[in-house]
Every structure is written in structure tokens, then in C-alpha cells.
Design a protein around this ligand. Structure first.
Ligand code: COA
Ligand code: MG
Length: 292
């Protein structure tokens, strides 16, 4: 299963599914994706209640076009099987599984999902947050297409803990690049990790800008105040759209018919740039920045 239809994932907002106020609030927040968390943000005593809340939310039909994802508990916990089953039965758009280690984990999870209902459309998203998963990015990503896997989500809080490293963004740069390369090699989407200091908009904006430059589709978020920033930074800006439109127009000009390389605004422009330009305009269209 591949994720054929493009949808924006600039802002992927986590919320503890035990927090009913947050679940209610999310119905009117402009996040592209809502992630109902059953894992780290939910205390052991509240796990069952959180699962029930998430299922009720999924079935309510009150979240509009937002993509709805459930982050289940890890495979080695007593909650995993029920979390996965209930999320699929409630027709989540995706289940996000934490602490993925290797390709076998993906195969096991997908088998479990197929056993429940082979016809369901629920995608599998994988948290990339364990050292073993970083070593095995290629084998995990290679399962895209044959399995339900469509998306990687970085988890640097856990990764820093597992590496016994400081939570310093500079440390994660090479890992971010490796993850984007693995994801793109096999057609996966890729979402950056969270920014914990939700009262620091400038710090968040800097991380979003860095992630966008590295090729990420969007950022995981933890607070409503972070949504507008991610939406703005991961959307193409007006200059990018104008430049893309110029390239499309130039290649459409009859004097350039059949050419593989032309000059636009003084720069060498090849067919690959035309493809990129069309993709950017399609993204802007999907986000509602263009009317046609
Ligand atoms: N999703 C939806 N609504 C949220 C939200 C979220 N992630 N975080 C806060 N809100 C809501 C609050 O419920 C509150 O709503 P109200 O105006 O109806 O009362 C409003 O936004 C303002 O919240 P605020 O008081 O600034 O934050 P807080 O102190 O209540 O919560 C956190 C701070 C960090 C505990 C909270 O944002 C949170 O739980 N974030 C998600 C954590 C998570 O899921 N982690 C797992 C992935 S790392
Ligand atoms: Mg975690």
C-alpha cells in the first residue's frame, strides 16, 4: 500500500488521548494531522480510558479533513495488541508505532493488521527513535509499498535518552539527513521531531526552517501555539511559487518545445526543475494557497 494522494502534513499535533479538553479543542485547530497519543503522554492507569477516548474521537466524524492518527503503545507492552486492533476498527487514517527496531517489527505489525481486516485503509507510521532503527533505516524503509508503511516520524526525546546524548539539535543533523534519504529512496513521507519549549516561537521556527531545508514534510507538535508556525514554514512561500510558475510557463512556451534545458531568470533550468516546480505548485494547491 502506498500513500498515493498527496496530503499536507506540515503540522502533526500530538495530544494525550486522556485529555478530553485537548481532544475537543483539536476539532477547531488548523493542524493538518492530529495524533491521539496513547503512549508516552498517558500514565499507565489512564491507558484504557485514553484508548476509548481516541476511538470515540475517530468515530465522531467531528474532525473535518484533518488526518487522524493514533500513536499506540510499543509492541512489548501489554496495551499494544488492543491499541492496534481498536485503532484499526475505528478506521484511523494511520497507526503510529513507537520504538520500532527493524524490518521484522514492520512485518509483524502489518501481519497483525491484515489478520484483522485486509481491506482496511489504515496506514502504518513508524517512530524512528531507537538506535537500532537508525542502523536499519534502509531495511525498514524498503518495506514501503509492499506493507502498510507510509511515514517515518522522528522521535528525538527517546533517541537522546537511548544514545545517552544531550538533546542538542546539532547531534541529530546527520541522523535527520540519513532518515530523509531512506524515506525518499522508497517513497515514504518523513516528519520531524517535536520542539519541547512550546513558549519559544523563534526556536520552533528555526527548527521548522532547518527541517524544511533538509527535506522533511512537516513537524510533530505538542501545543496549539506551534501550529501556525509549522503551517507557514512548511508551505511554499510566495517567492517559491512565483519562481515555480515562471519555470512552468517557460517550458510551456512554444519556442522551448522539445527542449531538455533552457535558461530561466539567468539560470540553467532542466526538465527535473520543471518536475520540481510542478510538485511545488501542486503542494500549494493542496494547501489551498492557489485557487486553480
Ligand atoms: N492538543 C490540543 N489542545 C491542547 C494541547 C494539545 N497538544 N496542548 C494544550 N492544549 C490546549 C489546552 O487544553 C488548553 O485548552 P483550553 O484553552 O480549552 O483550556 C489550551 O490548549 C492552552 O494550553 P496550555 O495551558 O498553554 O498548556 P497546558 O499547560 O495545559 O499543557 C502540555 C501543556 C505540554 C502538557 C500540553 O500541551 C500537552 O499535553 N501536549 C502534548 C504532549 C504529548 O502529547 N506528548 C507526546 C508526544 S512528545
Ligand atoms: Mg517517546
Amino acid at each position: 500500500m502506498t500513500d498515493k494522494k498527496y496530503r499536507p502534513r506540515r503540522s502533526c499535533l500530538y495530544m494525550p488521548a486522556s485529555n478530553k479538553r485537548a481532544l475537543e479543542k483539536a476539532k477547531s485547530l488548523p493542524a493538518d494531522t492530529i495524533i491521539f497519543d496513547l503512549e508516552d503522554a498517558v500514565a499507565p492507569d489512564a491507558k484504557e480510558e485514553a484508548r476509548d477516548n481516541a476511538c470515540t474521537a475517530l468515530q465522531s466524524g467531528e474532525y473535518g479533513d484533518r488526518e487522524l492518527v493514533v500513536r499506540v503503545n510499543a509492541m512489548d507492552t501489554p496495551w499494544f495488541a488492543q491499541d492496534l486492533k481498536q485503532a484499526c476498527l475505528s478506521q484511523a487514517d494511520a497507526v503510529l508505532v513507537p520504538k520500532i527496531l527493524n524490518a521484522d517489527d514492520i512485518i509483524q505489525i502489518t501481519d497483525f493488521m491484515e489478520d484483522r481486516d485486509a481491506s482496511l485503509d489504515t496506514q502504518l507510521w513508524a517512530m524512528i527513535e531507537m538506535p537500532e532503527a537508525i542502523l536499519k533505516l534502509g531495511e525498514i524503509a524498503a518495506l514501503a509499498g509492499q506493507q502498510r508503511l507510509t511515514t517515518f516520524v522522528m522521535g528525538f526525546n527517546d533517541l537522546a535518552k537511548e544514545m545517552r546524548a544531550d538533546h542538542d539539535r546539532a547531534i541529530f543533523g546527520p541522523i535527520m539527513t540519513q532518515t530523509v534519504i531512506a524515506a525518499r529512496a522508497y517513497g515514504l513521507n518523513v516528519i520531524d521531531s517535536v520542539y519541547n519549549d512550546f513558549n519559544d516561537p523563534d526556536g520552533l521556527a528555526a527548527e521548522c526552517a532547518e527541517a524544511k531545508k533538509l527535506g522533511f514534510d512537516g513537524k510533530s507538535l505538542i501545543h496549539p501555539a506551534q501550529i501556525e508556525i509549522a503551517n507557514r514554514i512548511f508551505a511554499p512561500d510566495a517567492d517559491e511559487i512565483a519562481a515555480a510558475e515562471k519555470i512552468i510557463k517557460a517550458f510551456a512556451d512554444p519556442i522551448n518545445a522539445g527542449k531538455g534545458v533552457i535558461v530561466v531568470e539567468g539560470k540553467m533550468t532542466e526538465l527535473l526543475h520543471l518536475k520540481q516546480a510542478k510538485q511545488l505548485v501542486a503542494t500549494a494547491q493542496a494547501i489551498g494557497m492557489l485557487t486553480e
